[in-house]
Write a protein that binds this ligand. Structure first.
Ligand code: AMP
Length: 214
């Protein structure tokens, strides 16, 4: 399975990728997670990305493309991958197209996560993440045993992403509208786009996802 998950911040791409990874056994490539990990380890890549991320701006295409192509050249990508948060600009999509064509690895689909903007803001300000296992929670949908401090799955520390403050969120949504939304028409033209409604629960979104993937 080779999929692109396309959707605004907070639309649930990471949560669905975790379900999909379990179901299809392919790797999950989240560019945001890779940048955050580099930032935690204070690598040159992380330090370069930090200024853009803290403002909710996009990291320059050349940097992202180099990082993704290195990841997709690893052997485990041969069995398929879920791209989450990439591509985010037409230039990135053009790079991906050429990269996949060279390998004769056509995409199975590009899934668009459709949801109302105000709902996204509410989700994002209430989003919490586990620092150890990366599991995503939401204060609005308290899960059994989740107290907002410790991860019920691994006992790791729960934190709020720095870019999940309302001011940065508004900017991330604007960046999505300006720079990423043009990809919807771009992939529609290639007849790869599948749209799912993600305004309900994660389980409902996963059902919709499985239905469009057949
Ligand atoms: P995410 O976790 O996908 O919301 O990404 C967090 C931040 O990482 C974004 O706001 C950008 O600053 C940066 N980032 C992630 N993916 C990309 C990408 N494909 N292109 C440019 N910047 C990215």
């Amino acid at each position: 399975m080779r999929l692109v998950l396309l959707g605004a911040p907070g639309s649930g791409k990471g949560t669905q990728a975790a379900f999909l990874k379990e179901r299809y056994g392919c790797i999950h490539v989240s560019t945001g997670d890779i940048f955050r990990e580099n930032l935690r380890n204070k690598t040159p890549l992380g330090l370069e990305a930090e200024g853009y991320m803290s403002k909710g701006a996009l990291v320059p295409d050349e940097v992202v493309v180099k990082m993704v192509s290195a990841r997709l050249r690893e052997q485990d990508a041969e069995a398929g991958f879920l791209l989450d948060g990439f591509p985010r600009t037409v230039a990135q999509a053009e790079f991906l197209d050429a990269f996949l064509q060279e390998r004769d690895w056509p995409l199975d689909a590009v899934v668009l996560f459709a949801i109302d903007e105000e709902k996204l803001v509410q989700r994002l300000v209430n989003r919490r993440t586990c620092r150890s296992c990366g599991k995503i929670y939401n204060l609005l949908r308290a899960e059994d045993g989740f107290d907002g401090k410790k991860c019920p799955a691994c006992d790791g520390e729960i934190y709020q992403r720095e870019d999940d403050s309302e001011r940065v969120i508004r900017n991330r949504l604007k960046v999505f509208g300006d720079q990423t939304a043009p990809l919807i028409a771009w992939y529609e033209k290639k007849e790869l786009l599948r749209r799912i409604d993600v305004s309900g629960t994660p389980e409902e979104a996963f059902e919709a996802l499985e239905a469009v993937l057949g």
